[in-house]
Design a protein around this ligand. Structure first.
Ligand code: HEC
Length: 146
């Protein structure tokens, strides 16, 4: 498993290097996201869900891949499509690597551009439907029941 994560990280950092710009995804996160999501992704209880050990689960269920781009915090951010792709890839690997599906594919600029052009109309219903598709946890923890 450890080797698999290492491979994933190498694969993503390679693809990030190809689109590297002067601002690292962590800096974009600090500037545009952590006010709500907190530096460690733990969110604000009752208003902003934790991304830790959770956000990767969205990629394993139908609709989740689109959702992570179309959620307003992502889609309405001032970042361009390449920057948002990098930021989401960084977020997934740094906060939720152990929840990623084995066939995880990093977001690309073109995928983000396409998904971002569609607006999600009913956020809460969409999110609740996707979360209900997560596989059941062996034991419940606050992180897994947002
Ligand atoms: C004004 C507060 C705020 C800011 C700023 C913000 N978000 Fe969010 N984010 C939320 C809230 C609240 C949710 C839960 C869904 C919703 O109600 O929008 C969320 C959900 C998410 C999700 C889906 C996770 C889930 O469990 O639903 C992702 C991915 C995400 N945000 C990414 C980002 C990124 C990337 C940025 C910075 C570019 C960002 N957000 C900035 C408030 C914020």
């Amino acid at each position: 498993m450890r080797l698999l994560f290492l491979c994933l990280i190498l694969q993503v950092s390679n693809s990030l290097a190809q689109t590297a710009d002067s601002v690292a995804p962590q800096q974009h996160y600090m500037l545009h996201c952590q006010g709500c999501h907190q530096a460690d992704g733990s969110g604000l209880p009752g208003s902003v869900p934790s991304m830790r050990n959770l956000v990767g689960k969205f990629l394993a269920v139908p609709g989740g891949r689109e959702y992570l781009v179309q959620v307003p915090g992502s889609s309405l951010s001032p970042l361009n499509d390449a920057e948002l792709a990098e930021l989401l890839n960084w977020l997934l690997l740094s906060m939720s690597a152990q929840n990623l599906p084995p066939d995880f594919q990093a977001y690309s600029e073109s995928e983000v551009k396409l998904l971002r052009s569609e607006t999600m109309l009913d956020l809460l219903t969409t999110r609740a439907a996707i979360v209900s598709r997560f596989p059941p946890e062996p034991e419940s923890s606050p992180e897994s029941s947002p």
